[in-house]
Write a protein that binds this ligand. Structure first.
Ligand SMILES: CC(C)(COP(=O)(O)OP(=O)(O)OC[C@H]1O[C@@H](n2cnc3c(N)ncnc32)[C@H](O)[C@@H]1OP(=O)(O)O)[C@@H](O)C(=O)NCCC(=O)NCCS
Length: 191
C-alpha cells in the first residue's frame, strides 16, 4: 500500500474509483452515488482543498480522504454555523478545515489505512481547527468513531439533523495542528 497526496486533477482522473470506494464504504445506493459524484467533482475547486489516496501495489484505489477550508456560502458550513451557539461559531468555524470525506474500501479496512490517511490529510490542512460530520453510532463498535476519538476529536454538536437526511449526525472537532506522530496515529511514513 502506498499513501499519496492528490492534486485536484488526480482526484478527477480517478473519480469513478473514488465513487466506487465511497459507495462500498458507506453502503450507498447507486442513485445517491450519482448525485454525490457531482458534488465531489465540484469540491476539488474549493479553497484549501487537500486530498490523499491509498493505492495498492497494482495501483488500485484502496481509500481516499479530502477536505477544504470551511467558509460561508458552503451548505455544510452554513448548517453547522446556524446550529452552533453564537460564542462557539468563531472559535470553531473562523479558520476551519472540514474533513469532507474519508473512506477505505471494506476489504482494506482494519489495517491502519484510515488512520494514515487522516493523519496525512490533517498534516497538510490549513486552519486552526478541523471539523467533520459522522453518522451517530456506537462509539465502542464503530471504526470511524474509534478513529476520530483516537485522534482527539471532541463533540461539537450531537444528534444533528441535516435537512433532507433523516439520520442523526455528530459534528466532531479538534484544534490544529496535530501533535507529532504517536503510536496511535501513525504518520505518512512507514506504510
Ligand atoms: C472509518 C474508516 C475510514 C477507518 O479506516 P480503517 O482503515 O478501516 O481504520 P483504521 O486505520 O483505524 O484501522 C482500524 C483498526 O486497525 C488498527 N490498526 C491501526 N494500525 C494498524 C496496523 N498497522 N496494522 C494493523 N492494525 C492496525 C487500529 O487500531 C484500528 O483498530 P480499531 O478500529 O479496531 O480500534 C473506514 O473504516 C471506513 O471507510 N469506514 C466506512 C465509511 C466511514 O464510516 N467513513 C467515515 C464516515 S465520516
Amino acid at each position: 500500500m502506498r499513501l499519496v497526496p492528490w492534486q485536484p486533477d488526480d482526484l478527477l482522473r480517478r473519480l469513478d474509483d473514488v465513487v466506487s470506494v465511497y459507495g462500498a464504504a458507506m453502503g450507498y445506493r447507486s442513485e445517491l452515488l450519482q448525485a454525490r459524484r457531482g458534488y465531489i467533482a465540484a469540491h476539488v475547486r474549493r479553497p484549501g482543498f487537500r486530498a490523499v489516496a491509498t493505492l495498492t501495489t497494482e495501483g488500485q484505489l484502496a481509500g481516499f480522504g479530502y477536505g477544504y477550508t470551511s467558509g460561508p456560502g458552503q451548505w455544510w458550513h452554513d448548517q453547522v454555523r446556524a446550529a452552533l451557539d453564537e460564542p462557539d461559531r468563531r472559535p470553531w468555524l473562523g479558520d476551519c478545515f472540514e474533513v469532507v470525506e474519508l473512506h477505505v474500501r471494506p476489504t482494506a479496512q482494519g489495517h491502519g489505512v484510515g488512520a494514515r490517511q487522516l493523519r496525512a490529510l490533517l498534516s497538510m490542512a490549513d486552519g486552526k481547527t478541523v471539523l467533520l460530520s459522522t453518522p451517530e453510532a456506537d462509539e465502542e463498535t464503530s471504526r470511524a468513531w474509534r478513529l476520530y476519538r483516537r485522534f482527539g476529536f471532541v463533540d461539537v454538536l450531537r444528534g444533528f439533523l441535516f435537512p433532507g437526511d433523516e439520520r442523526e449526525f455528530a459534528i466532531l472537532g479538534r484544534e490544529l495542528p496535530l501533535a507529532e506522530r504517536t503510536a496511535d496515529a501513525p504518520g505518512i511514513v512507514g506504510m
